[in-house]
Design a protein around this ligand. Structure first.
Ligand code: PMP
Ligand code: GLN
Length: 393
């Protein structure tokens, strides 16, 4: 019997698919996977339909439709004062996920080390494994998910090619401060390292938190590869339109790998991206206000239900400690997530999926809830969560 490659044999199924399956089986209110249960802005969807009817149905240029790249550049200028050349410093790819993989393949050689912060978004390390790149882990510690500067400093060495910074951070909701980013930037310059940033939650911020773009810090313009995508900001996670911004040499590396992975990105959706990114400021402020209300409501409800909440400053997610609410028979975060789905009827993600094997114990009493849901969905979840005490007896 032929067998799959060793390269992927250890991967298993992603936690998101696993929890979605269980949530369906038990008819649970699904606050697991970070995917909205509502649609994106009607004008953006209309732009995609118009593109479909308007002849945007053949291969677009490999680096992306120029109008889309111009819109990405205008967005970078509008929100971060960043000057970017749409001809040489931007590439459009299939979501932040493909952008990250193409970036690792296009910028790192086999045997290089790439530093990641743990908990780490679940696709980065498998990307590295497939590219023959070695991950170096630096831990973010609760309650504020800060890193130990000494641990970070010691992670850099002559083999380090890049460091990945995801801010706002999935799953903790941490927004890296300017001081933290400056500390990382200094190390990048000292060791000639590339900063790869995953900024997909750049517009989902709470309590006045400010998103700092690493590429705009002194000395970082030419050594930062900024990744973002449409999915979260415009509530169209299924569209998978993402992009990379960086110096021409870095973007050329990304394009070289991308041309032999997917070559190009769905043209009508790319065309609509140009429309989305040029929506007025009011769209972005309303998005933030709506998410702030959802987050505040869920924080209150989770506390009321007995969880210890780690208040997020950004992203779709709320991390909690469930030790005070679960029955004594529940021993770890995976068991908790399964118990919550089958007995309480609410799905969450067990955060150990974001840790390497030997560090999974750090997530033993944690759970991640997504807030990117309609009010009625959140209310239905809260109604069930209020009964958690009775179920735990
Ligand atoms: N990075 C992070 C941190 C995420 O949470 C997600 C989840 N959607 C992605 C990347 C994937 O983005 P995309 O759907 O654009 O591939
Ligand atoms: N980023 C989403 C989350 O963290 C999931 C995306 C996926 O299913 N790969 O929930």
């Amino acid at each position: 019997m032929p067998q799959m490659a060793q390269r992927v044999a250890g991967f298993g199924t992603t936690i998101f698919s696993e929890i979605n399956g269980l949530a369906r089986q038990y008819n649970a209110v699904n606050l697991g996977q970070g995917a909205p249960d509502f649609d994106g802005p009607p004008e953006v969807i209309k732009a995609a339909v118009e593109a479909l009817n308007g002849g945007f149905n053949q291969y677009p240029p490999g680096a992306g439709i120029l109008k889309t790249r111009e819109a990405i550049a205008a967005h970078a200028k509008r929100f971060y004062g960043q000057e970017v050349d749409p001809n040489t410093e931007i590439a459009v790819l299939s979501g932040a996920t493909e952008t990250m993989f193409a970036t690792i393949l296009g910028l790192c050689d086999g045997g290089d080390e790439v530093i990641v912060f743990q908990p780490v978004y679940d696709s980065y390390v498998p990307n590295m494994v497939m590219a023959g790149v070695h991950p170096r882990y630096v831990t973010l510690r609760a309650p504020d998910w800060s890193f130990d500067p000494v641990e970070l400093t010691e992670a850099f060495n002559t083999h380090t090619k890049a460091i990945i910074i995801n801010t706002p951070h999935n799953p903790t909701g941490k927004v890296f401060t300017r001081e933290e980013l400056t500390y990382i930037a200094d190390l990048c310059q000292q060791w000639n390292v590339i900063a790869i940033t995953d900024e997909v939650y750049e517009h989902i911020l709470y309590d006045g938190a400010v998103h700092t773009r690493m590429a705009t810090l002194p000395g970082m313009e030419n050594r930062t590869l900024t990744i973002s995508s449409l999915g979260k900001t415009f509530s169209v996670t299924g569209w998978k339109v993402g992009w990379a911004i960086g110096a021409p040499e870095l973007i050329t590396g990304v394009n070289r790998s991308h041309q032999f992975i997917t070559f190009t990105v769905a043209s009508p959706l790319q065309a609509a991206a140009a429309n989305a990114l040029t929506l007025p400021d009011s769209y972005f402020t309303t998005l933030q206000a709506t998410y702030q209300a959802r987050r505040d409501y869920m924080i209150g409800a989770l506390r009321e239900a007995g969880f210890e909440v780690f208040t997020p400053q950004g992203s779709y997610f709320i991390m909690v400690d469930w030790l005070g609410v679960a029955p004594g028979t529940v021993e770890d975060d995976v068991q908790f997530a399964k118990w919550l789905i089958s007995e309480v009827g609410v799905a969450c993600i067990p955060p150990s999926a974001f840790y390497r094997e030997e560090d999974r114990y750090q997530a033993r009493t944690l759970a991640r809830f997504a807030v990117c849901k309609q009010d009625a969905t959140l209310q239905a979840a809260v109604e069930r969560l209020t009964k958690i005490g009775a179920k735990a007896k």
